[in-house]
Write a protein that binds this ligand. Structure first.
Ligand SMILES: *Cc1c(COP(=O)(O)O)cnc(C)c1O
Length: 384
């Protein structure tokens, strides 16, 4: 490493490889000067809809707006309970709360990091019994790139008449029993934040649905509640949430690499990490159940009870290897929910994961030598 810090997700290396096409695309967009709603935006939406296998892709400004717009389009609001995993990025619960609904935080499974279907059904029954809120939707998150258990979650949603929203911000590119992530909910969302599996050079997001009416509603909500045919006839209140043309162009270039080799390469890299680490004492490697594939937004280990995580991180950092902890705090303990119904949750697995997870550097351009260095350094740290 020559005393240099390794990148956690090396976007510079990706740019070096794609430089020619990205530079050409950026120049093209600038010369055309259609910075908002240029042709590249619709082209990208069509490409991504076809890849994911749904009828409509509606791009927007970021993955958080995508969730908000999807919930608004389904009429979620005050008085509604929205069931959200307790172990996730803040947006998954922030969006329902921001539009007046009450997120109810549900525990996850320790090995998949995703929402537990038994905890979900129990939480729904509890809310029905209390009778204060109307159970309305489930936000299932594809955490770290691995799809949630959609057969189980979907059957619970059917049983109780709930909307299933797939928060695929980390899941784009994953598969679940032959179906692509971002096609697994009644409506699905993703993020193009630079460090996500498919990232742009700023903020970006998208919504995926097969429903023509909901798609039209989302398009309207994303642009000031505009009438479908007349931009200056505003038929509802909406947002200003567009993916700009430059980002769409960059995503077109990046998507080609993503589809052609990046997704395959990152899966090989994850397998090589697992090969290096699966027999090491003091940790558990991430699982990919039969019938699933991950897009590896993160490679997340669980350290055993008694391992000093901070000391492991410090040891690795001294040797130029960055590590991260996603996430340090359960959703129901976030300050924003203090004193609200959302702060009441019984989620022992989430509590444990927040104390024990550790994410290693991962991206499609990591070399075998770097993986070995990370794995060896981690082993040293654990043996001390
Ligand atoms: C990143 C992320 C989001 C939000 O995406 P932004 O584009 O940053 O707004 C939502 N949910 C999850 C699970 C995420 O990881």
């Amino acid at each position: 490493m020559n005393g240099k810090q390794m990148e956690f997700r090396d976007l510079k290396r990706q740019y070096e490889k794609l430089k020619e096409s990205i530079d050409r695309m950026m120049q093209e967009v600038v010369l055309q000067a259609h910075f908002i709603s240029g042709a590249q935006v619709r082209e990208l939406e069509e490409t991504l809809a076809a890849y994911v296998g749904v009828k409509h892709c509606i791009s927007c400004a970021n993955g958080t707006d995508a969730i908000t717009i999807a919930l608004l389009a389904h009429g979620v609001g005050a008085g509604d309970a929205v069931f959200v995993p307790d172990f996730t990025f803040f947006s998954s619960g922030e969006c329902p709360a921001l539009i007046g609904a009450t997120p109810i935080f549900v525990d996850v499974e320790q090995d998949s990091f995703n929402i537990s279907s038994s905890a979900l059904e129990k939480a729904i029954k509890d809310e029905l019994e209390k009778g204060e809120l109307k159970p309305k939707a489930v936000v299932a998150v594809d955490l770290f790139g691995l799809p949630a258990d959609y057969d189980r979650v979907r059957s619970i949603c059917k049983k109780y008449g709930l909307l299933l929203l797939e928060d695929g911000a980390q899941g784009f590119g994953g598969m679940y029993h032959g179906q692509r992530a971002c096609s697994l909910g009644d409506i699905s969302t993703t993020s193009f934040f630079p460090a996500k599996p498919l990232g742009c050079y700023g903020d970006g997001g998208a919504i995926f649905t097969d429903d023509d009416r909901i798609a039209a509603l989302c398009r309207s909500l994303a642009v000031h509640g505009k009438n479908q045919d007349d931009k200056y006839d505003n038929v509802r209140l909406g947002m200003n949430s567009r993916l700009d043309t430059l980002q769409a162009g960059i995503l077109q270039v990046k998507f080609k690499a993503f589809e052609k080799y990046e997704l395959m390469d990152i899966n090989e890299i994850a397998s090589y990490y697992t090969e290096q680490l699966r027999d090491v004492n003091g940790l558990s490697v991430p699982i990919v159940p039969e019938g699933y594939s991950s897009s590896w937004a993160q490679y997340t280990l669980r350290l055993s009870e008694g391992v000093d995580r901070a000391a492991v991180q410090a040891y690795m950092k001294e040797r130029g290897i960055p590590t991260m902890v996603y996430y340090t705090k359960p959703m129901h303990r976030q300050g924003a929910f203090a004193g609200t119904r959302s702060a009441v949750a019984d989620c022992p697995n989430t509590e444990l994961l927040c104390r024990r997870v550790l994410c290693l550097p991962i991206h499609p351009y990591l070399t075998k030598g770097e993986i070995e260095l990370v794995a060896d350094t981690l082993k040293e740290a654990l043996e001390r």
